[in-house]
Design a protein around this ligand. Structure first.
Ligand code: SF4
Length: 226
């Protein structure tokens, strides 16, 4: 998997580089391209669930998974379905990362890890783009992608999502008792599916297609409480 310009900038930001365009770390990261390509074997998977709303709870069917809290109820307020999605860079990335750490090269280890964080986001971005192009999602709208651990959505749901998506078999991902995942560069996410255009609650107003006509902003507020 090759890093593009966006991945590169995001990776430098994750690594804490303040001025990416004038940083020696940019060249260092570019020089790691072949190591990244050799180490990454990305996989992703997804499954659609129906949303059943009962009182203040959201239940997903099939499976009966309850999504408690304000985060899920806000993000999915206008949705009939939710896509559970997951992706990983694979175990090879972790092996190469351990090698860099063992070589006592902290700068390289840090940049490699940051590149992995940027690239796993791209795996999910590409999955989302591909999903959007499927006939069953034509003329429907996706919410921002969100994950367990965001806001008040419990990280503990990660276990159940792992089971519903059959992650060990489909992606080689194990959800550990700590709710972290192995391989480390793995993500699970939820994407609401709606009949109506959805605000960019997580990415912010600058990304939102409703920006020009937004009634929240006209009233001096936002849909995400800022
Ligand atoms: S406040 Fe308006 S413009 Fe900003 S994210 Fe919400 S709907 Fe979009």
């Amino acid at each position: 998997m090759k890093m593009n310009e966006t991945d590169l900038r995001l990776a430098l930001r994750y690594a804490g580089v303040k001025d990416p365009d004038h940083s020696p770390f940019q060249l260092m990261l570019q020089a790691m391209e072949s190591e990244l390509e050799a180490a990454i074997a990305s996989k992703s998977t997804w499954r659609v669930f129906q949303i059943v709303k009962q009182a203040d709870q959201i239940r997903l069917e099939p499976g009966g998974l309850i999504l408690p809290g304000k985060m899920a109820s806000t993000m999915l307020a206008d949705c009939d379905q939710v896509i559970l999605a997951a992706g990983t860079l694979g175990h090879g990335f972790d092996r190469q990362s351990s090698l860099f750490q063992a070589q006592n090269d902290p700068a390289k280890a840090l940049l490699f890890d940051a590149a992995g964080s940027a690239l796993i986001e791209r795996v999910l971005d590409e999955l989302e783009e591909n999903l959007h192009a499927l006939p069953e999602f034509q003329n429907l709208y996706f919410t921002d992608r969100f994950s367990c651990g965001y806001g008040d959505l419990p990280i503990a749901l990660q276990k159940a999502i792992g089971q519903l998506l059959n992650l060990p078999l489909r992606c080689g991902i194990t959800v550990l008792d700590s709710y972290m995942m192995a391989p480390t560069k793995s993500i699970t996410a939820l994407i609401g599916v709606s009949q109506n255009p959805q605000p960019a609650r997580i990415r912010g107003c600058g990304y939102c297609s409703l920006n020009k006509s937004c009634t929240y902003r006209k009233k001096g507020t936002t849909c995400h409480g800022e």
